[in-house]
Design a binder for this molecule. Structure first.
Ligand SMILES: CC(C)(COP(=O)(O)OP(=O)(O)OC[C@H]1O[C@@H](n2cnc3c(N)ncnc32)[C@H](O)[C@@H]1OP(=O)(O)O)[C@@H](O)C(=O)NCCC(=O)NCCS
Length: 145
């Protein structure tokens, strides 16, 4: 089940991120703040427990995926896809024409995942990430109904 973020989800999201070094490691308070700032935060619940999340910011007709992860034990079961599709629908309702993201060059799983969902590489940002230093790959897709 995909639903909108509720105060109190931050602990579960934080735990998923702690187990997902590829995700951005935000503090718990960032999720409440992102929610208050009108960003799209969706969570995936499986058997009543939060097993995945995604954060998207829509501005100037563009939707940026700021963070996303699925509990490692829950991966390859369609959870990430369900989150992404729901986020695309919301972004479309907020007039986004394009969705984009940055991903670590070495993150083959996420790059394949986004490619499967129609994202294509549009550029690179050298040494965008720290700890460890790494290039970012930019990926984007048109948002359609
Ligand atoms: C990327 C991520 C969110 C995908 O979540 P997920 O729930 O496993 O995704 P899905 O089950 O919906 O996968 C859909 C498709 O994406 C592709 N895919 C997903 N994970 C993959 C992997 N590890 N290797 C190759 N392809 C993969 C496959 O085509 C998959 O379909 P299939 O399982 O039928 O072959 C998850 O791997 C994750 O949390 N990674 C760590 C955090 C991260 O990298 N976040 C993104 C930062 S930009």
């Amino acid at each position: 089940m995909i639903r909108e973020y509720l105060r109190g989800d931050a602990d579960a999201i934080f735990a998923i991120c702690s187990a997902s070094p590829e995700a951005a490691q935000w503090g718990r308070e960032n999720y409440d703040r992102a929610n208050e700032n009108g960003q799209i935060i969706l969570v995936a619940e499986v058997a009543g427990r939060v097993k995945g999340f995604l954060v998207v910011r829509v501005a100037a007709y563009e939707a940026e995926i700021l963070n996303m992860a699925v509990d490692p034990a829950q991966r390859r079961q369609g959870t990430g896809s369900a989150l992404l599709l729901a986020a695309e629908e919301q972004a479309l309702r907020q007039d986004a024409k394009q969705m984009y993201l940055e991903v670590r060059e070495s993150n083959a799983a996420a790059r394949t995942f986004y490619e499967k969902h129609g994202f294509r590489e549009t550029g690179a940002r050298p040494k965008y990430y720290v700890e460890p230093t790494e290039n970012a790959v930019l990926m984007a897709k048109k948002v359609t109904g």
